[in-house]
Every structure is written in C-alpha cells, then in structure tokens.
Design a binder for this molecule. Sequence first.
Ligand SMILES: [Zn+2]
Ligand SMILES: [Zn+2]
Length: 293
Amino acid sequence: MLGCGDSSQAPAPTPSPPARAQPSRALDNLSDLPPAARRAFESHPEDFRPLASPGPNDWLSVHPEEPQSVGDFWLAGPNRPGADGRGTLYIQPLGVVPATDSLRAFASDYFALPVVVLPTLALSELEVRRRHNAGREQWLAPEMLGQLEQRLPADAYAMIGLTMVDLYPGEDFNFVFGYASTRNRTGVFSLARYAGEPRKANERAFKILAHETGHMFGMAHCTHYACIMNGVNHAEELDRSPLSLCPVCLRKLHRQTNFDPAARYESLLSRYREADLHDAATFAQQRLSRIEE
Ligand SMILES: [Zn+2]
Ligand SMILES: [Zn+2]
C-alpha cells in the first residue's frame, strides 16, 4: 500500500541518505524492440532531470526508499492488464466530483487502456472511519480501498476512487493526496487540496491520477529521475514533479501494455494542449521528435 502526502505529524525521523538509483542499470534489455521504440526509453539530459537531493520535508528524507528496476518490477509479478478478462480501468466518483470527462480521457491516453467512469457512489454508502484534523473532516484511505474492492467490476484491471473529501492513511500522517495498492487493484485520490487556479488544479489532478494509477500497475516510487512516480510529501513537491514518466517507469508501463510510444505521446500532446499544460506539451513534443529522429 502506498500513500503520498504529508507525514509531518510523525516524530522527526533520523535523516538517512536515500538510496541513489543507477538509471542505466534500472532498464531491462531493449534489444528486441524496433529502433524507434527503443529510442523512447533512451534518456536524454535535456528531457530527463536526475532526482534532486531531497530537502528536509521532502518525501525521500522522511521515507527513504529502495530503487525498483524494471527487472525488480517484473519479478514482483504485477497484475497484468487483460489477464482473466480484466482490461478496463474504472474511475469511481465518491460523492459529487468535477471534471470526470477530462480525467477519463487523460487516463485513457496515459495508460493506453479503456477507461470508464462509473455512476457516482454516494459518500453515505461508504462504511469508512473518519477523523477531524486541523479543522477538516478526513476519511481513512485504506478503508476506502476496502469499500472499492467489494464493488470491483469483473472486468476491472483496476478501479480508482475520486473524491472531494480529504484523506489520511493512518494516525502518523496529516493527510494524503492519494493512496493505492500495487496488488489489490484499488486506489483513491482526493481533489480536496487543489483549490485555486483551474489550470493548476487540473494539472495536480492529472498528476495524482497518473501517480496512483501507476501504483496499481505495480510501480513503486521512482528514485531514478524526476518523475511522476516520485513520492511526494507536500504540494510544493507535487508541483515540482513532472507529469511524465521517466524512461525506467515508462518501460515498466510498456512491459504491461505494449503501447506504441509515438502514438501515446501524440495523443497526450493534444490532451495537454487542450488543457493548456505548456510544460507537459513541450515535453511530449520533444520526446516525439527524439523517437522520430
Ligand atoms: Zn505514491
Ligand atoms: Zn520514474
């Protein structure tokens, strides 16, 4: 189970240096791929930044994590899309939520799987513990996953709950943006902390959706590059992380769905232009030109 959010309520941990990953060794053998697909997983210093040393309140200072190579990922035996007839991603609105159309279209382009938005499930239907913390009502994320598991459609590869209520994963956290299982096909994310300018709020929603869904594909947090799969402890760290997958995490997704890298960047490029996400659009354009070189 992996949550991302503010654990500053925890007693100050002894800072220990995070494991520094070796990106070049984290990839698997690409020699079977056609040259254009292989170029999609080649790093380029202008496109991918190394993960900066974490500040004292950043995720890796508070939660030191081991790197997960593509080989580690594969050996762990993640759930496979399409196996047992489970090939659809579901978004389950929990209470009234905005923007499900754009989130659905984005997730479908990002993960190259069909995505379906389910009818809204009223919060009053959920048996989930709550607490009050710093003036907010918060819902216990692991129990929300339990409620989703009971309602998992038979053809669901995974199902992510989307809610406006604030989430916490346990008493040692102030809150989490999202929470997901790498095994049980369920995750949840909250839009409670994204108030503000709509373009920014939309970008944050895309980021958390991509990050938590990445966990449901079996990806652990990324320590190889600045990447959407980096753990994030607070909003500033979330804003700092790119919306894109680094070469290592992109390859993990590719092992799962065997998407065409150029076609994926092309559809994301129009999605990002539509949403006015300039940096993400520039990145997609840049990667396309490297693949098509
Ligand atoms: Zn996470
Ligand atoms: Zn990564």
